[in-house]
Design a binder for this molecule. Structure first.
Ligand SMILES: *Cc1c(COP(=O)(O)O)cnc(C)c1O
Length: 429
């Protein structure tokens, strides 16, 4: 940290403000940022960093985007916020229409909330209320696969990976759900049917107690940046139909083009019953998430005649967030996003694969605009970040993973700097 001259506010902040997954007593370095534009973050000391993280995968169009700025400014002058209980507004209606237009066809209804974790909570509630309304009150559990990540709230922690997640800290507070083995994430592994065995046997044994299956389709993100075969999802869909279970897709990380399809479930050409979106929904401008569901789910929730969906966040469907989300979707659809994803994928393949044979590297994998180097051992995040920053690149590795999920607008030249910095740092580990 000594290379940074800290403004006095940052010193105060270090003593009083928590950061994500951080110690207040032994704080990891945090770098003051003053502005951001395009793919660049500007640090307080004037240094420019290429943001290879898109601010935790949200800022797909980069920063200070004229179209998005304008959407916020225009909405701001009309109204920043009103309660959604008993009131409604056009930004919410327009965004819902846009979302349902790009989402899988079966999705017909939208519940807005303020963060990804909450949208997953709402998805879980939808599934449980669906069965309650049909009198199947035993169906209160979820089935998922290992290495998943669905959020940090109590309901969602219960379906995060039991090892890399936080189960050990909160045992007793967490619902015990059912876990199947995750499918293979090896880059070149061919599909074989044994990959579904564990999932099938969990279903056979426990389907009477299961309300829904919840998965991140195609890419497991914060649980390990693992990519798996579309065939796994097709078989999951078939088994859910056979056992009459609901299927929830958590597309919070994968939605809005990140894997090269608008939603990752399109790789398998199947649809969920409930779908969660967040992160890139507003292009990284505001906090907003949504839970989408099919008519089947919606009708089911109301099957007993009395049903209301029991959730209602204070900031539900915040107009500023809805307005910027709509502008972000319009901008995405106007842009050559598929071509950009293919270009990013090809460049990542070419440039990251070159460090596959380095001593400490366990695996290198690429899917759409996601590039991952998995090391054999956990990396020292602070030390790795320091090296990357010296090369003008911002990434936030975790565990054994050094990865990039850049804004889609990143140029070849900028992406080259990111991959070169990644390969360089790997050669020093
Ligand atoms: C980030 C993420 C969440 C949680 O979203 P928050 O907005 O951080 O609450 C849930 N699921 C997946 C797949 C995510 O990547």
């Amino acid at each position: 940290m000594s290379q940074f001259i800290h403004p006095s506010w940052a010193n105060f902040e270090r003593e009083h403000v928590w950061h994500p997954y951080a110690s207040m007593k032994n704080p990891a370095p945090v770098y003051p940022v003053t502005s951001a534009s395009g793919v660049m973050l500007e640090f307080e000391d004037g240094r420019q960093m290429i943001d290879g993280m898109a601010s935790w995968w949200c800022a797909i169009h980069g920063y200070n985007v004229p179209e998005l700025n304008e959407a916020v400014e225009t909405q701001l002058k009309a109204m920043a916020h009103v309660m959604f209980g008993g009131l409604t507004h056009k930004p919410a209606a327009d965004l819902a229409e846009a979302l349902l237009k790009i989402a899988p066809n079966d999705m017909k209804h939208v519940f807005f909330s303020d963060s990804g974790s909450v949208s997953v909570e709402v998805g879980i509630k939808m599934a449980i209320q669906y069965w309650q309304a049909q009198g199947k009150t035993d169906k209160q559990k979820l089935l998922t696969i290992r290495h998943g990540y669905h959020g940090d709230t109590f309901g969602t922690m219960g379906v995060c990976d039991p090892v890399s997640g936080m189960h050990h800290l909160f045992t007793g507070m967490l619902t015990e759900h059912f876990f199947a083995d995750a499918p293979s994430a090896e880059t070149d592994a061919a599909w074989d049917d044994s990959q579904i065995d564990s999932f099938r046997s969990q279903l056979e044994a426990h389907h009477h107690d299961i309300a829904a299956v919840i998965l991140e389709p195609i890419v497991q993100n914060a649980g390990g940046m693992r990519f798996y075969a579309p065939e796994f999802l097709r078989q999951v869909r078939r088994l859910c139909d056979a056992y009459d279970l609901l299927l929830i897709f958590d597309e919070i990380a994968t939605g809005f083009g990140r894997t090269g399809k608008m939603f990752a479930c399109e790789h398998a050409a199947i649809q969920p019953d409930i779908m969660c979106v967040g992160k890139a929904l507003t292009g990284g401008y505001m906090t907003l998430a949504a839970t989408l569901c099919s008519s089947k789910v919606c009708d089911g929730i109301h099957a007993d005649g009395a049903g209301v969906l029991m959730h209602g966040p204070t900031f539900m469907a915040n107009p500023l967030a809805c307005a910027v989300a709509l502008a972000s979707i319009e901008l995405l659809l106007k842009s050559p996003w598929q071509e950009r994803a293919v270009n990013i994928e090809q460049q990542l393949e070419k440039e990251l694969m070159s460090c596959r044979d380095r001593a400490g590297v366990a695996d290198v994998r690429v899917k759409g605009a996601i590039g991952v180097i998995e090391m054999k051992d956990a990396v020292d995040v602070a030390a790795v970040q320091k090296q990357l920053i010296a090369q003008g690149v911002w990434l936030r590795p975790f565990g054994k993973l050094i990865y990039t999920m850049p804004p889609y607008i990143i140029s070849n030249h900028e992406l080259k700097k990111v991959t070169a910095a990644m390969c360089d740092v790997v050669s020093t580990l």
